[in-house]
Design a binder for this molecule. Structure first.
Ligand code: COA
Length: 172
């Protein structure tokens, strides 16, 4: 899955197993740190990473048969993708379910080499093999890299999440 002479090595994508729990937890905590540092959002203010919660999420994902992929570059694990099958967004739709990509993270030093593209391609095949015809994902508007990458990979914005803050101003 390499992308030519500029690549430092071969990209391999595989399904994760329970023996990857420590690795997945470590990668997802880095993802957490990245989002906390870059996404200007009230819900990230004061949020602290929790290894126990991250690990429990992956344990639950394995128990449900969700999609957990690990990508390696030149033999070293550098990224992961977590996705699942969800009910269609319109209950009455003749389309019963859709794919949802919840996390996609690539370590800093491995970015820009096609790792996320390889993860997305593998996820798309996994969903297609299950008869899924549409995949959704979300990213914050502040995450310019995510916007650029997902657009390049063919994910077009469809709906917008709107939020109004009800916080009281500081005046007594
Ligand atoms: C977003 C992220 C997963 C992309 O991973 P990556 O392995 O660097 O992506 P790829 O190398 O496969 O790039 C895919 C395409 O997007 C482009 N791209 C990658 N990073 C980019 C950036 N920061 N700005 C603009 N375009 C970018 C690439 O050039 C490539 O396009 P091409 O195929 O036309 O060359 C990675 O930057 C990351 O982990 N970011 C932090 C976590 C995050 O924000 N995840 C997304 C929210 S779910």
């Amino acid at each position: 899955m390499g992308r030519g002479p500029a690549d430092a090595g071969q990209i391999d994508v595989r399904l994760a197993t329970a023996s990857d729990l420590a690795l997945l937890t470590a990668l997802s905590l880095r993802f957490f740190d990245y989002l906390k540092a870059t996404v200007a959002d009230a819900f990230w203010e004061g949020a602290e990473p929790r290894a126990d919660l991250a690990r429990a999420d992956f344990e639950a994902a394995f128990a449900k048969g969700d999609l957990v992929l690990i990508a390696s570059l030149a033999g070293a694990p550098v990224g992961y993708l977590y996705g699942r099958v969800e009910p269609a967004y319109v209950r009455e739709s003749p389309i019963p379910s859709m794919g949802y990509i919840s996390h996609c993270f690539v370590r800093d030093e491995a970015r820009g080499r096609g790792v996320a593209s390889a993860l997305a391609q593998a996820a798309e095949r996994w969903f297609q093999d299950r008869g899924i015809e549409h995949i959704e994902l979300r990213y914050s508007l502040a995450n310019k890299a995510a916007a650029a990458v997902w657009t390049k990979l063919g994910y077009a914005p469809q709906r917008l999440t709107c939020r109004k803050s009800l916080r009281r101003t500081g005046n007594p």
